[in-house]
Design a protein around this ligand. Structure first.
Ligand SMILES: [Zn+2]
Length: 104
């Protein structure tokens, strides 16, 4: 979709903190697409399984802390960041609008 809109970007740039999903270099903008479970979204997909909660809780909490740290490092480097959640991709039109508004 983004490519069809005329945007050019790179995926998972290893030279940036957290290997961001979609990087728009010249714009200094980054879009993360977060899986709801692994990144601990507050939606139904982000809910921890009842069994083994003591296993999953610290794991997901560490992932969220790492996300925050990477985002802070990227912002200090001058990058602007938009997070799109997996559950939001269902509404393709709204997601497209958010990304296009963000990119300008
Ligand atoms: Zn979600």
């Amino acid at each position: 979709m983004l490519y069809a809109e005329g945007y050019r970007y790179r995926l998972h740039r290893k030279d940036l903190p957290g290997k961001p999903d979609i990087v728009f270099g010249p714009r200094k903008k980054i879009v993360f697409v977060h899986g709801c479970f692994w990144h601990g979204h507050g939606c139904s997909k982000g809910r921890l399984p009842k069994s083994n909660e003591s296993f999953w809780e610290p794991k997901i909490r560490a992932n969220k802390a790492r996300d925050r740290k990477n985002a802070a490092r990227l912002r200090r480097m001058g990058w602007k960041i938009l997070v799109v959640w997996q559950c939001q991709l269902k509404d393709a039109l709204a997601t497209r609008k958010r990304i296009v508004d963000f990119l300008g």
